[in-house]
Design a binder for this molecule. Structure first.
Ligand code: GLU
Length: 420
């Protein structure tokens, strides 16, 4: 049986280390170790066959010290409260590292969305929204897409919230369809951010973009876009994978052909991608393939202490949230690997969510170039701030990012003071 990892404990271990490096007293960051609020809901749904199924859902708010809570909603059959708590805390750190005026939150429903019809999924989403309604709002807590959710689901959330309010409230959720207040560039934003960050780290390490060999785990919204944009920048994408397994080609894969194959919308997975010269590999093989940059862009706890010693890439850019366990992180550090942590590497999504929310509350619409330019500026600035901390404290990029983030959260708390 595979080992069970508690991602919240992982988060606490990293937090304690960052607090120590910042020289904080326990009283200054004690509250950051806890989530502010946790709501658990039971969501009854009438299924198309007339039966009733009850799904478990959550919304967790980790911190509102720097602004409204912000973070996605995950639909996945294996979610549990510790995972949602960790994801909420990572959102607080992520928003702080890129310095956007939000705290962190996260929601989830324990469901495999692929097993539901569209009608069932809509009913589930509407009922879930109604049940977390007291917690969310454009000034309070703003959901967004995450694993297993998409723009269409965000549109249903916006509609349900608006029906309850009696008027349209686009700013209650981000990642919406463009037609109902979504932002241009939001769908690609996380993958685009991963590309910018990969470019920056390669530049710092004196490595070229052209010809650099990249392996990407996960061909969803994040991994798929990152692979495509890195390919466009001249990287050689040697391996990609999805839930069904991976494909490898030493001389580089044709990403456009893979994406159009997967995008055929008839449940095609990489296992079915059969092209001469392309070898099928497992997900474990993908992580340990011969390459320069590894982009884990699937779920948590993929790089474990079992996999870590086998990793060949010299740079790891975390497109997913929490893909590396604490133990694996130590092994990779010992082996001299450079890891750009999730809270920086995948922050592009929430940055453009912030732009979407800003457009919504001002009733403005930016063009895509403006969005991408503003995203690039924030990603580069944040990368440099983290890099400087890494250098100054002679530590890892993960610690550098946590130091930048924790310092901002603790300062906000201090300025606001304790109530009562
Ligand atoms: N789910 C994404 C993340 O983990 C986006 C969150 C957001 O846009 O609020 O960063």
């Amino acid at each position: 049986m595979s080992k069970v990892y508690n991602p919240y404990d992982n988060m606490l271990e990293v937090l304690e280390k960052a607090a120590k490096m910042l020289g904080l007293e326990e009283r200054e960051y004690a509250a950051v170790k806890y989530t502010e609020r946790e709501l658990k809901v039971a969501i009854p749904v009438e299924m198309d066959d007339g039966g009733i199924r009850v799904f478990e859902g959550y919304r967790v708010q980790h911190s509102s010290s720097r602004g409204p809570c912000k973070g996605g909603i995950r639909y996945h059959q294996d979610v549990n409260i510790d995972e949602v708590k960790a994801l909420a805390a990572w959102m607080s750190f992520k928003c702080a590292v890129v310095n956007i005026p939000y705290g962190g939150g996260k929601g989830a429903v324990k469901v495999n969305p692929k097993e539901l019809t569209k009608n069932e999924l809509k009913n589930l989403t509407r009922r879930y929204t109604a049940m977390i309604l007291p917690l969310i709002g454009p000034e309070r807590d703003i959901p967004a897409p995450d694993v297993g959710t998409n723009a269409e689901i965000m549109g249903w959330i916006m509609d349900t919230y608006s029906i309850f309010k009696g008027y349209t409230v686009p700013g209650v959720v981000t990642g919406k369809p463009i037609e109902v207040g979504g932002s241009l560039g939001r769908r690609e934003a996380t993958g685009r951010g991963v590309m910018f960050i990969t470019r920056e780290i390669l530049h710092r390490l004196g490595m070229p973009m052209i010809g650099t060999r990249v392996a990407v785990q996960g061909m969803g919204n994040v991994g798929g876009t990152a692979a495509k944009l890195l390919f466009n920048e001249g990287c050689k994408i040697v391996a990609v994978s999805d839930v069904s397994g991976g494909v490898y080609c030493k001389t580089g894969l044709d990403i456009d052909s893979i994406l159009s194959f997967l995008g055929q919308n008839n449940g095609k997975v990489l296992k079915d991608y059969d092209i001469p010269g392309v070898k099928h590999i497992t997900n474990d093989e993908l992580l340990t393939v011969e390459c320069d940059v590894l982009v884990p862009a699937a779920l948590e706890n993929q790089i474990t202490e079992r996999i870590a010693p086998e990793i060949k890439a010299s740079v790891i850019v975390e497109g997913a949230n929490g893909p590396t366990t604490v133990e694996a992180d130590k092994i990779l550090e010992r082996n001299g690997k450079i890891i750009v942590p999730d809270i920086l590497a995948n922050a592009g999504g929430v940055v453009v969510s912030y732009f979407e929310w800003v457009q919504n509350i001002q009733s403005l619409m930016w063009d895509e170039e403006e969005v991408n330019r503003a995203l690039e500026k924030i990603m580069i600035r944040s990368f440099n701030e983290v890099w400087d901390q890494k250098k100054e404290k002679n530590t890892t990029m993960r610690m550098g990012a946590y130091i930048v983030a924790l310092d901002r959260i603790v300062k906000a708390k201090k300025i606001r003071g304790m109530f009562p």
